[in-house]
Design a protein around this ligand. Structure first.
Ligand SMILES: *Cc1c(COP(=O)(O)O)cnc(C)c1O
Length: 423
């Protein structure tokens, strides 16, 4: 890894062709790899030499994208997964086994909430949700002797709140557990959680990293900084019988976490990223810095417009000076707050739906963080599995509209919103 600025890394990291090799990252659409000797294969299977065994575990195209994202986040390694959901699942499973517990912010993506509250509970992994805005002493009360991780989201979807990452890192480290941050909305262009003490960063690459709504994917980035030998994580310090007694902390040092996630969990569960999706994600990453700049600029203009409109009750966008998360945004998101904002129209759920049906440029999709402007009504779509009580806990009013401001001309976006707000 070198000292390039982040814009340069978006283009140049991960894949550096040698003399006469393809300029563009090739799609290695191959499940399999060929070896000269049985001895080499044996060493691969015992994790004694690096190399690709099978594309469920690793693949040359996917590896280049992993290295690029690791460089962007300032991590020592990364692991691409089939989706953002898979990234969160594997990131937690890698440190929590059946009988363990973890603590998560309640202001997280609805799909993650469901994964933690319903599906992982069935696997014997228990979670306690905490209000991320609570004081440290309050959050501390959720910790138990078997707590193995703390999880939060930089910009919470769809509440659009900003997490105090340093506070969460202090609490996690005081308890000897890693802090896992979902950095999907901020992207490493706007915030790099590792710089504020996060140990593990996850993304849904489906969103801004891809940016063009072509590929579902996820990634886990390892800071390489957490001490897995602190006595809480025998999975890292005791021999793994599935690899002839490999001990992750001894054999892989600072890369213990990301290696274990790959060779145990993605190997066994099979939620890998395909080479084609990795190629498309890489195309998106090449313009991530430009797009995030424009998304942020446009969303700020749209937020100001909505704020001054008499049909709008409230706007949540942390770049607005009177937003409750503005101080945190200044610290963690100095370059801007992404393209996602939310607002409430006067007249509640019905007015919200009428507004959405009248939009011409902005489209109703179950997606955010795309180059095209889109809208979503969380209470009737992404978050419909939550009860009213859980909705309010996650900061979602029934009339809340989430707007994902694209990179079209901002005047066209504003004119569209204006006509849709009219009677
Ligand atoms: C979309 C999203 C996810 C889930 O990612 P998928 O790629 O859809 O599985 C997780 N976290 C956040 C913040 C998201 O927006």
């Amino acid at each position: 890894m070198n000292s390039w600025r982040i814009e340069t890394k978006c283009l140049q990291e991960g894949y550096r062709p040698n003399n006469g090799e393809p300029r563009i990252l090739p799609i290695y659409q191959s499940t399999t790899f060929k070896y000269d000797s049985t001895e080499h294969v044996a060493k691969l299977f015992d994790l004694e030499v690096p190399g690709h065994m099978y594309s469920r575990i690793s693949n040359p195209t996917v590896e280049c994208v992993e290295n690029k994202i690791a460089a962007l986040e300032g991590g020592i390694g990364a692991l691409c997964t089939s989706s953002g959901q898979s990234a969160s699942l594997i990131a937690v499973m890698n440190v929590c086994e059946s009988g363990d517990h973890f603590v998560a912010s309640s202001a997280i993506y609805g799909g993650t909430y469901n994964l933690f509250a319903v599906t992982m509970k069935k696997m014997g992994i228990d979670v306690t949700f905490v209000d991320p805005d609570s004081p440290e002493e309050e959050i501390q009360k959720a910790f138990r002797p078997n707590t193995k991780a703390l999880f939060g989201e930089t910009i919470a979807n769809p509440k659009i709140s900003v997490l105090d990452i340093e506070k969460f890192a202090r609490i996690a480290h005081k308890n000897g557990v890693p802090l896992i941050i979902d950095n999907t909305f901020a992207t490493p262009i706007l915030c790099r959680p590792i710089e504020f003490g996060a140990d593990i960063v996850v993304h849904s690459t489906t969103k801004y990293m891809d940016g063009h709504a072509t590929s579902v994917g996820g990634v886990i980035v390892d800071s390489g900084k957490f001490d897995w030998t602190n006595g809480k994580y025998p999975g890292f310090t005791q021999p793994d019988p599935s690899y002839h007694g490999v001990i992750y902390t001894e054999n892989f040092g600072s890369a213990a976490y990301i290696t274990k996630a790959r060779v145990q969990y993605v190997r066994d569960i099979g939620n890998c990223m395909s080479p084609m999706n990795a190629f498309l994600t890489n195309l998106g990453l090449e313009t991530l810095h430009l797009r995030m700049e424009r998304h942020t600029e446009n969303a700020t203009r749209v937020a100001q417009f909505l704020k001054n409109h008499d049909k709008v009750q409230s706007v949540s966008y942390p770049a607005l000076p009177d937003d409750p998360y503005h101080e945190l945004a200044k610290k963690y998101l100095p370059k801007g707050c992404s393209g996602v904002l939310s607002f409430q129209i006067k007249g509640g759920k019905e007015a919200a739906m009428r507004f959405m049906d009248r939009l011409k440029l902005a489209s109703i999709v179950v997606h955010v963080a795309d180059a095209r402007t889109s809208v979503l009504h969380p209470a009737s779509s992404t978050h419909r599995q939550l009860s009213d009580e859980q909705l309010v806990k996650a900061g979602i009013e029934p009339g809340l509209i989430r707007l994902s401001v694209g990179i079209e001309n901002v005047d066209d976006i504003i004119e569209d919103i204006q006509q849709a707000l009219e009677e």
